[in-house]
Design a protein around this ligand. Structure first.
Ligand SMILES: NC(=O)c1ccc[n+]([C@@H]2O[C@H](COP(=O)([O-])OP(=O)(O)OC[C@H]3O[C@@H](n4cnc5c(N)ncnc54)[C@H](OP(=O)(O)O)[C@@H]3O)[C@@H](O)[C@H]2O)c1
Length: 488
């Protein structure tokens, strides 16, 4: 495979899990269900009668969890997300409370990790299974529950930072579809990647290389009005430039900082190409502030045609050093901003809604658990919107941009070069993005590779040369090829 710009499609491949490759756990094992309820405990006890419940409510601090855990002995830990239902077929709730639900989900898991660190598990072995429900869009039509999708990113980074921990992450339809014994006999995953169980089959996420991009029809309109949250940042500015240059777009930038000389300079440069962007200072994690922005925009322009989420707060740190405020800062730039963006602009008659996410959603790097959690949430939330909104909702999982944006400096460039990763440049990024927005694709991951080893390291599914009209996330021919090879 050639080095260069790679267009990758996140897919879910069916896998056959050989029982011999799994883990045999004696029936007498003491599984400690951390923070679950009695229905979940009943489910575990049907397979492992000695299992115990450790009550942890969403308000429990690290101190409290630490004290409770210190008093318990256990063979393995189990954490089950609160929205994993006992029966099959129950529909998920709406997403009104999704920001608040982070407390009982990814933030509780974060605090459990901190408590385990304090109890000395950072250097000891630990076996821990984490169960979520329907956070992933495995097949086209299934219901999606994005509330706890951030856990997928957190666990992926955690596994790489704690290689001596055995972790498995399972995303189920419901507890009714499997026994605890079946779940706790599955192999551990050293990358912290999840397995999804849908209607009796297991799936694993992969990336398919797209040999060619599909046909696209123009999705951007001339003189359209577009709101870009984080627009004054690197990639947001590149998109704005492209839209002003080619479509004479009216761009509104939203950022937290006050208007300053650097923003003015960017606006002046762009105003030579077409309409000058309008900058509005607002924190998009604040719903009321974002609502005020919408009203202001609609006092100036008759309509809003598109909205882009290009906000990020990068606070890279290992989990052993990261405190909760750093975790929250990165997470809320994705969770709160995505949810508020939909609440405020979702009911406008948009041509599209666009989420700038990252390839970190798939790679889940060590030292980026907060950002990875934010990105896996963002993807899942956008997938849910795709099912409910009348207009296209698109996800671009960007790879590394080396010349603009939050990580455009020489030290990052050097590290990336060593890893065989090059910088996405504006013209190529914008060309691929325009195809994504104007085609049947829901999602695209884009990265620049400098050598073929990088691609080999990505464990790609086979290359695909077409994109089916119905846009399934599971591509059957890839699935068959992988199922034949799978030896997990
Ligand atoms: N650069 C890359 O290599 C790369 C790779 C993968 C994905 N991405 C994605 O691409 C997007 C843009 O990244 P970038 O590199 O352009 O980052 P950037 O230069 O840091 O721009 C992001 C902007 O977001 C704004 N922002 C953060 N929190 C906000 C909030 N609560 N409300 C309003 N604005 C907020 C920041 O402005 P204030 O500080 O003024 O609020 C900043 O200007 C992000 O979604 C990122 O995840 C980038």
């Amino acid at each position: 495979m050639k080095a260069g710009l790679q267009a990758l499609l996140p897919v879910w491949n069916p896998v056959r899990l050989e029982s011999s490759s799994g883990v045999v756990l004696p029936e007498s094992s003491n599984i400690l269900l951390v923070g679950g309820d009695s229905t979940q405990l009943d489910w575990v006890r049907r397979s492992y009668p000695n299992s115990q419940l450790l009550e942890v409510d969403p308000a429990s601090s690290v101190d409290i969890i630490e004290k409770k855990l210190a008093d318990r002995s256990f063979d393995q830990l189990l954490w089950v997300a609160p929205d994993v239902t006992a029966e099959a077929g129950r529909q998920s709730e709406g997403h009104e409370l999704i920001i608040e639900q982070q407390e009982e989900g990814v933030l509780t898991v974060f605090r459990i990790i901190k408590a385990l660190q304090r109890l000395g598990y950072a250097t000891r072995k630990l076996q821990w299974t984490i169960v979520t429900s329907r956070t992933q869009r495995v097949t086209e039509v299934e219901p999606i529950q994005p509330a706890h999708a951030g856990i997928v990113g957190l666990v992926g980074s955690l596994a790489k930072e704690y290689p001596h921990w055995d972790l498995r992450l399972l995303d189920l339809d419901s507890l009714a579809s499997l026994s605890a014994r079946e779940c706790l006999s599955l192999p551990w995953d050293k990358q912290g990647d999840g397995l999804a169980h849908r209607r009796g089959e297991w799936y694993r996420q992969g990336l398919a290389l797209m040999a060619t991009l599909p046909e696209a029809t123009p999705a951007y309109r001339q003189n359209g009005v577009y709101v870009v949250i984080g627009g004054a940042g690197g990639v947001g500015e590149v998109w704005s430039r492209f839209m002003i240059e080619h479509y004479q777009a009216n761009i509104v930038w939203i950022g937290r900082r006050e208007y300053n000389a650097a923003i003015e300079e960017k606006i002046n440069a762009l105003s030579r190409l077409g309409p000058a962007p309008l900058y509005i200072s607002a924190d998009a994690t604040d719903l009321a502030a974002l609502e005020r922005v919408r009203r202001t925009v609609l006092e100036i322009y008759p309509a809003i045609h598109g909205v882009v989420h290009s906000a990020i707060v990068l606070r890279d740190q290992s989990l052993s050093r990261m405190d909760e405020s750093a975790f929250r800062a990165s997470l809320s730039a994705k969770v709160d901003v995505s949810v508020n963006m939909d609440r405020v602009f979702g009911n406008e008659k948009l041509d599209f809604m666009l989420f700038f996410s990252s390839i970190i959603s798939v790679v889940k790097s060590p030292g980026q658990s907060n950002y990875a959690a934010g990105c896996t949430f963002k993807d899942s939330f956008a997938h849910k919107l795709q099912q409910h909104r009348a207009y296209p909702v698109k996800i671009m999982n960007w790879g590394y941009w080396g010349n603009v944006g939050v990580v455009a400096d020489e030290s990052y460039n050097r590290i990336m070069r060593q890893m065989g990763i090059g910088s996405i440049e504006p013209h190529e990024g914008m060309a691929s993005l325009e195809v994504l927005v104007g085609s049947e694709m829901h999602q695209l991951a884009l990265m620049k590779t400098l050598n073929s080893q990088v691609i080999a390291g990505l464990n790609l599914s086979e290359a695909i040369t077409y994109y089916p009209k119905t846009a399934p996330t599971v591509l059957p021919q890839i699935g068959r090829a992988l199922a034949a090879q799978a030896s997990v």
